[in-house]
Write a protein of this length. Sequence first.
Length: 288
Amino acid sequence: LNGIFFSTIAVSKSPANRVYVGTSGGRIYRIDNANTGQPAMTDVYTGKGLPIGNVSCIAIDPTNADKAIAVFSNYNIISLFSTADGGATWGNISGNLEQSADGTGNGPSCRWAAVVPYGGKTTYFVGTSTGLYSTTTLNSASTAWSQEGASTIGNVVVNMIDYRLLDGVVVVATHGVGTFSSTVATDVQQTSSVQPKDFALEQNYPNPFNPSTTLRYALQTRSSVTLHIYDLMGREVSTLVNDVQDAGAYRAVWNGNSSTGAAVASGSYYAVLEAGSQKFVRKMILMK
């Protein structure tokens, strides 16, 4: 690989020790077991339908290293591709960020991407030459991207995006107007600020359910709160709440998906609410 310029590098979290690298000429390589002495570098671009252009970013799903987004920053080519199988196949996810299906026209230059699983869903962010965009659903070439921070970030170049999974904070770096931060929106709402008499987690409704169900809970005092979904084996499936919340009544919606955004199988699940030393558990049934 002498003479090849690596334009971006990304390191996985789960499982660890997988690395994706991109080049200024459109090549993408995957390195498995990168913590070993002489790890193998696998070509995951040849014959995959990827364009020739500058790979400005590769964003790996922190919960699944097989899932990643590749960003090509050149104009007049398709800009965004995703893989769910470690680069064996790639699919166009540029959607409405392209003026034309082949990537030509006046669509923005894409610069950066981030995959943020938080609040029971996965949000995908893309930084472009005309601002920040997001979606919660990748739908091939029909993916619908929506602008974020239109009145704050505006239409400036977004060069980089970073995030914190603990609380869903996303930080955006722009060209010329500084940095901006916000929290990923969740399907959790405070329904009342009146202090309840008891700490409680109501039975979900509907139950059984398909495709989604609502969980209502009450906090007597301001608390550090988590609301997790577990399967019958005790494995965490999704996190709906991980936040400090004021006293009051809340509702959370679980859409039957895992933290990676994948639909879970029919069966029984547990909703576990914890606030301080207090804990409530409710059993739920998903029927498809």
